[in-house]
Design a binder for this molecule. Structure first.
Ligand code: SAJ
Length: 437
């Protein structure tokens, strides 16, 4: 039976290892985090991802998946470790390097090595291949090296792992074909074979496309605020055009992918990457813009308490990596505000003052600040909380609350990108007439 090592048991490695294990392979899942290994061996899956717990437990119970701190000899080695960004906006490749070094003593002729981590174009050829070559095995003749980037959406990982199209970039055609035969055992989407560097570029292009488009939506929001237009209405109408699809503005872009990967293109080719770098800066500046807006709205309040609703980087997940909420909170704290954070998907973190219920959060609060579009927040009843608060301001950076309902309940509602501050078309029209008259 084909034996597979999966190095890195995070959001991608754990589902991938379990998927191969439940499709007839003998899988050894490996992670340097000993605590995680103990938890998994006890059947505990702490990542919140629909269906993941059941899949992992089934894989472990069947004996097809084992989890360990060190890899073993195997036919296939999949590297799915994190590639975060360093303060100088260069990729931190040390986890990839050390995973590759760990594998070296185990490698044998005809082994397949698959890099799934997202990396700057050129990494497989210039970083991974030289390390593997130190074994004395020829990376082109004796080994089969590919980059097959994960492209799944957190919150839908198990579905997308199976249904999405997959790209496989081979150092050689044979390597790509062998990897294709492996993934075909569970992937139902189309599988495209290409060159290894092209595969690296395709992956980062996808996330860059989204980042640039979100930056455009955010820039539209800033323009709308400065010229007195409601960007949300404007986008809705513009999107009626058959070839226009503007994304949603917000407090910034988070997650371990979209806020990071565009820098990998800038790193690979800084000269031509002007639009990409500029979009990154626009999205990265949004948290400060939100904090400045809140500060301006609260300028007459004495030592107000602000309740942040949502720490996760996006709706209905528990992941707060690179979350814009963290930057907004840091800016507000730096400005001297008392901030408490409530997120129904995240119980606690050790670096922020979190509360575990809405009741606890709103006690004596001056302002509610919606930073994540969790479904939970859409169902808050403004009438129930109004009297428990000290103030009556709500700032919605995601446009998820029912503005007229909150206004009827006596709240002052401020929506990001609404330069016309919630007035209706008729109000606007009347105002104009008054000014002209
Ligand atoms: N966001 C907006 N406005 C929008 C859409 C998103 O502000 O209109 C924000 C979200 O709130 C969030 C961030 O952007 O903070 C990213 O969220 P996302 O849902 O767009 O993407 P991720 O980071 O969860 O997952 C992305 C996906 N890539 C693409 O859709 C091109 C996923 O398919 C990738 O597999 C994943 O990155 C990854 O691992 O690279």
């Amino acid at each position: 039976m084909t034996k597979i090592n999966v190095l890195g048991l995070g959001y991608i490695g754990l589902p991938t290892a379990s998927m191969f294990a439940t499709h007839g392979f003998n899988v050894c899942g490996v992670d340097i985090n000993h605590r995680l290994i103990h938890q998994l061996n006890d059947g505990e899956v702490l990542l919140q991802e629909p269906g993941l717990q059941t899949l992992v437990q089934a894989a472990l119970k069947s004996g097809q998946l084992s989890v360990k701190s060190y890899p073993e000899k195997a036919d296939v080695h999949i590297i799915a470790v994190p590639t975060p960004i360093l303060p100088d906006k260069k990729a931190e490749l040390s986890y990839v390097v050390s995973a590759a070094q760990t594998l070296c003593p185990l490698l044998e002729p005809n082994n397949i090595i698959i890099l799934e981590s997202t990396v700057p174009p050129g990494t497989t050829r210039n970083v991974l291949v030289p390390i593997l070559a130190e074994t004395g095995l020829d990376p082109y003749q004796d080994l089969h090296i590919v980059h097959s980037p994960e492209r799944v959406l957190p919150g839908r990982i198990l579905n997308e792992l199976v249904e999405n199209a997959r790209v496989i970039g081979g150092l050689t055609t044979k390597a790509a074909e062998l990897a294709r035969d492996l993934y075909m055992t569970f992937v139902q989407g189309e599988i495209h074979l290409t060159d290894v560097t092209a595969a690296e570029m395709i992956k980062v292009m996808e996330n860059t496309y989204r980042d640039v488009n979100i930056a455009l939506a955010n820039e539209f929001a800033l323009i709308a605020e400065s010229i007195g237009v409601n960007v949300w209405e404007a986008i809705e109408i513009a999107n009626l055009h058959p070839r226009v699809n503007i994304l949603r503005p917000g407090p910034g872009v988070g997650g371990h992918c979209i806020a990071v990967d565009p820098w990998f293109l800038v790193q690979a080719a800084p000269g031509p990457s002007q639009l990409i770098a500029s979009s990154r800066r626009i999205n990265d500046r949004m948290p400060l813009h939100v904090a400045e807006q809140v500060q301006a709205l609260l300028k007459f309040e004495k030592s107000p308490k602000i309740v942040v609703l949502g720490l996760a980087y996006k709706a209905n997940v528990d992941d707060y990596r690179e979350s814009p909420s963290i930057s907004v909170i840091r800016w507000l704290q730096a400005a001297g505000y008392e901030v408490v954070v409530f997120d129904p998907h995240i119980e606690n973190v050790d670096f922020l003052p979190m509360v575990s219920s809405m009741d606890e959060a709103i006690e004596g609060a001056a302002c509610l600040l919606v930073l994540t579009d969790h479904a939970h927040f859409k169902h808050i009843d403004p009438y129930q909380i109004k009297d428990k608060m000290r103030g009556s301001l709500i700032v919605d950076t995601r446009k998820i609350i029912d503005q007229s309902q909150w206004e009827d309940a006596g709240f002052e509602v401020h929506v990001l990108g609404d330069g016309f501050r919630g007035k209706t078309f008729d109000d606007k029209h009347l105002l104009k007439e008054k000014t002209v008259g």
